[in-house]
Design a protein around this ligand. Structure first.
Ligand SMILES: NC(=O)c1ccc[n+]([C@@H]2O[C@H](COP(=O)([O-])OP(=O)(O)OC[C@H]3O[C@@H](n4cnc5c(N)ncnc54)[C@H](OP(=O)(O)O)[C@@H]3O)[C@@H](O)[C@H]2O)c1
Length: 254
């Protein structure tokens, strides 16, 4: 397994949850980490944790739903670091009023922009650098809702995350000749702040049984450290106590 010394990783949504855990795990492998999210404070906290452990981190706050902001950050990465080896395309969001009964055009726009358009913007921004290097790894945090449409996650989120999976596979179809590798990462439920937006609140005991941010961060580290001739195209990571399976099981046993 290669170490990431000398590599530059851009992690989006790096101030909390999966993105924060991935940033810390990649920094521990020696990569210089560029951290993006809208809020500056959580990014500073992630950077401080990385630096305390002897790693290197730079914060670049920005709203990834704005294409111009994404282009600006990518240009700064190229100017300041001369390369981008890894994109953890992880920022995402969901809304409370997500069912068809409550969904508004504004809500749909926010979820699609915040999960799919933003992922496209980041991808198009880093691909030129990766083509120049003839090397690069992209890891996109989709969701199990990106394979199995889910009312729990909502129609807009399910559609956007399906889009992220399709986007990732097309990158491999076109860019494999440039040494570029793309992975669609599909988590089940992970105990992170995004769950605070669930219409039905989740108890602390339920959160304990879910996957934890560090579990997913470690998988991202593993994928990023694979040798250049290997691509993991798509991967699912779910809690063993999968609440969807358990609910079905209980229904089928009655
Ligand atoms: N937790 C789960 O059960 C689960 C399951 C499947 C997939 N996922 C996916 O995993 C990814 C990470 O989410 P998480 O679970 O770790 O939740 P999280 O802690 O809420 O992380 C999401 C991060 O994305 C950032 N972000 C959101 N919109 C942004 C924007 N427009 N521009 C820049 N940054 C933005 C947020 O920071 P700011 O608010 O500061 O911008 C936040 O740090 C998301 O794509 C999510 O859809 C999560």
């Amino acid at each position: 397994m290669a170490s990431l010394t000398g590599k530059v990783a851009w992690v989006t949504g790096a101030g909390s949850g999966i993105g924060q855990a991935a940033a810390i795990a990649l920094a521990a492998e020696g990569a210089t980490i560029v951290l993006t999210g809208r809020r500056k404070e959580p990014l500073q906290e992630t950077a401080a944790t990385i630096e305390k452990a002897g790693g290197k981190a730079h914060i670049k706050p920005g709203d990834l739903m704005k294409a111009a902001a994404v282009t600006k950050i990518a240009r700064e990465i190229e100017t300041e670091h001369g390369r981008c080896d890894i994109l953890v395309n992880n920022a995402g969001l969901n809304i409370l009023e997500r069912s068809w009964a409550k969904l508004t055009p504004e809500g749909a726009e926010q979820v699609i922009d915040g999960n799919l358009s933003s992922a496209f913007y980041c991808t198009t921004a880093v691909l030129p650098m990766m083509r120049k290097q003839q090397d690069g790894v992209l890891i996109h945090t989709s969701s199990m809702a990106g394979r199995n449409p889910s009312l729990l996650s909502g129609p807009a989120y399910s559609a956007a995350k399906h889009g992220v999976v399709a986007m990732s596979h097309t990158i491999n179809q076109e860019e494999c000749v440039n040494g570029i590798r793309s992975c669609a990462l599909l988590p089940g439920e992970v105990a992170t702040p995004i769950l605070d937006k669930r219409p039905v609140p989740i108890t602390p005991d339920e959160r304990k049984r879910m996957a934890q941010s560090e579990d997913v961060g470690d998988l991202i580290r593993y994928i990023a450290c694979l040798p250049p001739h290997i691509t993991i195209n798509e991967v699912w990571i779910t809690p063993t106590w999968n609440r969807g399976y358990v609910a079905n099981l209980r229904r089928s046993n009655t």
